[in-house]
Design a protein around this ligand. Structure first.
Ligand SMILES: O=C[C@H](O)COP(=O)(O)O
Length: 263
């Protein structure tokens, strides 16, 4: 498993699933399935649709649940005439601490490029939110064997102009697009290869101290049956979980991964 100085992070990206009533049930069930110790050992976060955030905030605050939450995207702007967008200050006011940026589904369906991803990372940091910056290659790139260079380029683009101090606050999620929602999981070695390369690139650009602080997650068909092997890799500090995070008991099992790691 990753360094003892980096607290493992399991983030459930609900994508466009769950209305606010379902969100309330899911977050309550998740909290009830984990002990205080488990929630302390492994940081557990949910990333619901915007329309659920107020409900999740009420549940978390009302019952003092040890669960974090955040948005799935944010505008690079703080306010203004940007119909349909949600700003960093709006998320922060709802108690969000995280926001995913540059998810492959945003890059594919909303044509987000490295420049917009970079602007969003800066906006998140400005408003006190931790960006979960997603990078990852498609199948064509993987088959060419240029996946490491591809992810390093995405990382460089997303972090352009940031100080080492800012970068230390970022979470990076490596999500190979060919493993998302397909049931085809990258092997633990595949995950380590790119997560290790991400840390190496961070060290070259921002120094080893900074690289050692950044948490690097793996995402793509993570389940309770494969999470322990992935988490056993030295540069994997957690997971960004899609489909499996919609089932409270399954996501709770994923968060209990330390119990399945044999040392
Ligand atoms: O953000 C999460 C990822 O896209 C992974 O989704 P998945 O676990 O359904 O494959």
């Amino acid at each position: 498993m990753a360094s003892a100085t980096r607290r493992p992070l399991m983030a459930g990206n609900w994508k466009m699933n769950c209305n606010h009533l379902e969100a309330n049930l899911l977050v309550q069930k998740l909290a009830a399935s984990l002990t205080e110790k488990q929630l302390t050992d492994v940081e557990t976060v949910v990333l619901p649709p915007f329309t659920d955030l107020r409900t999740v905030q009420t549940a978390v605050d009302g019952d003092k649940l040890l669960i974090g939450y955040g948005g799935q995207d944010l505008s690079p702007h703080a306010s203004g005439a940007y119909t349909g967008d949600i700003s960093g200050p709006m998320l922060a006011k709802l108690g969000c601490t995280y926001v995913t940026i540059g998810h492959s589904e945003r890059r594919a369906y909303h044509h987000e490029d490295d420049a917009i991803v970079n602007a969003k990372v800066k906006a998140a940091l400005t408003h006190g939110l931790t960006p979960i910056l997603c990078v990852g290659e498609g199948l064509d790139v993987r088959e060419n064997g240029t996946h490491v260079a591809h992810c390093s380029d995405q990382l460089d683009g997303a972090l352009k102009g940031l100080t080492a101090e800012q970068v230390a606050k970022v979470v990076v999620a490596y999500e190979p697009v060919w493993a998302i929602g397909t049931g085809r999981t990258a092997t633990p070695e595949d995950a380590q290869e790119v997560c290790g390369a991400v840390r190496q690139r961070l060290a070259e650009s921002f120094g080893q101290d900074t690289a050692d602080k950044v948490r690097v997650l793996y995402g793509g068909s993570v389940k309770s049956s494969n999470v322990a092997a992935i988490m056993a890799q030295p540069d994997v500090d957690g997971a960004l979980v899609g489909g499996a995070s919609l089932d409270a008991e399954e996501f709770a099992k994923i968060c209990r991964f330390p119990e399945h790691i044999t040392r």
